[in-house]
Design a protein around this ligand. Sequence first.
Ligand SMILES: NC(=O)c1ccc[n+]([C@@H]2O[C@H](COP(=O)([O-])OP(=O)(O)OC[C@H]3O[C@@H](n4cnc5c(N)ncnc54)[C@H](OP(=O)(O)O)[C@@H]3O)[C@@H](O)[C@H]2O)c1
Ligand SMILES: [Zn+2]
Ligand SMILES: [Zn+2]
Length: 333
Amino acid sequence: MKISAMAAAQRGAALQPCEYDAGNLGPHDCLIEVAACGLCHSDIHMIDDDWRISSYPLVPGHEIIGRVEETGSSVKHVKRGERIGIGWQRSSCLQCDDCLRGDENLCDGNQGVISHGHGGFAERLVMDSRFLFPIPEGITTDVAGPLLCGGITVFAALRTAGMTSGQRVGVIGVGGLGHLAVQFAAKLGNWVTVFTTSDDKAEFAARLGAHEAVVVAGDEPPRSSRRLDILLNTAPANLDWAAYLKLLDSDGTLTFVALPSTAMQLPVELLLFKRRRVMASPIGGRALMRDMLRTADTFGVVPLIEKFPLGEINTAIRKVRENTVRYRAVLMP
Ligand SMILES: NC(=O)c1ccc[n+]([C@@H]2O[C@H](COP(=O)([O-])OP(=O)(O)OC[C@H]3O[C@@H](n4cnc5c(N)ncnc54)[C@H](OP(=O)(O)O)[C@@H]3O)[C@@H](O)[C@H]2O)c1
Ligand SMILES: [Zn+2]
Ligand SMILES: [Zn+2]
């Protein structure tokens, strides 16, 4: 089966049209026709091989909304024509302790859509049906994609850091992930501070639900009018983590979804005397994905997007690199 897609031929290359052979459908597989696909910063880390796991030609795209076109012989729970979403994860072993707990994202055998196959900047792709997620009717196709990676990642990170409601939550970086974190935290009843390097985003943060916006400039230490219970970092940057830790209240948690490029050095006393924690969180398991989609639908967490035709993918990539997308680029084939 031949599939048309947009691929990077080598590290850092612009995407070019390509065609690849997807083979035959396995018993658990589905053929998906792509309707929209968000551009996550992880696609760019993969194009640039920042994590040393990329192989080329690389077809990025892992915030996919599409329709099931064909189903393998064992597929029962999704039907032809059904609208589904796909995030970062392609598959997992489904048998280890992590998988059986519903933490498929922590499975040693977990595979990524674009690290172990070809992604969604394409007309179609073949996917394991067990990692397809029906999209609630209230969420429209053009905006739904960014929930499947950006949305689940921040929802899972906030949940595993202990977010319920009535807490004070800080979000560092108001990009694709950050603008969804602000919405989830605020709409679930928390007091939210954003830390941004962009003046226009500070002005806009209140419309996302933030109660306070701090523009962090140069070497100035970040400040916040309230001590925070949870601080979520979505900026792939090397920041003054000790200064951010000082903003946390006792028992507060600093959690990472973005990876700084250098190792972190912290004076342990900043943790010890206030019993603070540092953690990090990768995407989210299947059960949490369903909770996240239901929560987004119920509480009106809506990705704010800029649409591009798939043929203009390189313009969208340039804009993400320049940090000028507000707040997620979505490619429409
Ligand atoms: N843990 C996971 O499972 C997971 C899942 C998805 C993505 N990620 C990672 O999360 C990070 C954010 O992804 P995203 O799609 O939200 O990216 P994005 O849309 O580019 O947003 C990142 C934001 O971080 C802020 N920032 C500050 N300093 C920066 C710097 N030096 N370089 C880049 N951004 C900087 C900017 O916000 P301001 O303008 O507000 O300062 C920027 O908009 C990426 O590293 C991505 O790989 C992790
Ligand atoms: Zn992603
Ligand atoms: Zn497993």
